[in-house]
Design a binder for this molecule. Structure first.
Ligand SMILES: Cc1cc2nc3c(=O)[nH]c(=O)nc-3n(C[C@H](O)[C@H](O)[C@H](O)COP(=O)(O)O)c2cc1C
Length: 307
């Protein structure tokens, strides 16, 4: 069994991933948040700090890309290989954000199996790289994933990550496990499950229901409980409160090294929606914290909540 860190745009940046690797065990694979593929004349991958090898202590880390044009994929993958040596890439066809979908990117690609096939054909036939997909059940209808999976049978994908919700659902409702089973029935590819594995119990129930799945991706649940991967693997977690504090302080320091206090504050505030349950604070305590607009008092109160 292997555990993966899900890409979370705006959250699982390289500083986050490095802190996680340094302070927490149990995660075997890392996928970065998405970056846009572009044609060669517009590409400047040297600006993509999130992929600089010296910024990436967690191995293996796979760059995730977004787009819909085969030529742009070839240009971008070749450039990333030449500059940084990456040999495996993931394609995001699951992002449900409206302005992404409207440009036929992310989940907006899912109603167009021909676009999926044209990109996958180009990459698998014209490059030596490993290539994988990360998708949902569809944008509007779960038949979309089945059509794509049927088409993908002919191509040597490395794996397919499936988050069993529709794009139009965003993160509402619960993952559709019957539909996930249907997906499994439509593919011989290695499938990575992604979605709502909040506890060890959730993992055990899912593993029992889908015994052929060996790969499990954790996103928001790792934010709520960074030690979840260790718990799933039955590792000795020790004093998690103490360890969380060190992890949190280290992460804030890392952010402050490369960002202004305002931007660090913005990121930490976002995370506190997830940290609140770990810290054991109630809604009004969280509200008090999130109302603070200066970094120093915010950080001081957040440390108090964690102690
Ligand atoms: C804030 C946020 C950002 C996300 N960014 C990405 C992304 O960049 N690429 C991607 O493939 N999925 C992205 N996702 C989807 C997650 O990778 C994951 O599939 C989804 O959150 C369900 O898993 P979870 O319940 O373990 O969080 C994002 C989800 C959230 C909540």
């Amino acid at each position: 069994m292997r555990l993966w860190l899900a890409p979370l745009d705006g959250i699982t940046n390289f500083q986050f991933r490095n802190c996680l690797c340094r302070h927490v065990g149990g995660i075997d694979n890392f996928i970065t948040p998405f970056l846009p593929v572009q044609e060669k004349s517009k590409l400047n991958v040297r600006k993509w700090k999130d992929l600089w090898p010296r910024n990436n202590a967690c191995r293996p880390t796979t760059p995730q890309l977004m787009g819909n044009n085969p030529a742009h994929f070839l240009d971008t993958l070749n450039e990333l290989h030449q500059e940084y040596g990456y040999t495996s890439f993931n394609w995001n066809i699951g992002c449900p954000v409206d302005q992404v979908v409207r440009r036929t990117r992310g989940c907006g690609v899912m109603p167009h199996p021909d676009i999926v096939e044209s990109v996958v054909r180009a990459v698998t036939e014209q490059t030596p790289y490993h290539f994988s997909l990360k998708m949902r059940l569809g944008l509007h209808d779960k038949s979309e994933s089945l059509q794509i999976l049927d088409k993908m049978q002919d191509y040597p994908l490395e794996y397919i990550v499936i988050h069993p919700r529709l794009g139009e659902q965003l993160y509402e409702g619960v993952p559709d496990l019957d539909a996930f089973q249907e997906c499994l029935n439509h593919t011989a590819h290695r499938v990575v499950y992604s979605g709502d594995v909040w506890t060890v119990g959730d993992y055990e129930r899912l593993q029992e229901r889908f015994p052929s799945v060996q790969d499990w991706m954790l996103g928001r649940p790792i934010l709520c409980n960074p030690f979840l991967a260790e718990e799933i693997k039955e590792m000795d977690t020790g004093d998690v409160k103490e360890r969380f504090l060190r992890y949190y302080q280290h992460y804030a320091d890392e952010l402050l090294e490369t960002r202004k206090e305002k931007s660090t504050l913005f990121i930490l505030k976002e995370l506190w929606h997830y940290y609140a349950s770990f810290a054991g604070i109630d809604a009004s305590e969280l509200k008090t914290l999130l109302r603070i607009n200066d970094f120093s008092p915010f950080f001081a109160l957040s440390l108090e909540y964690l102690r």
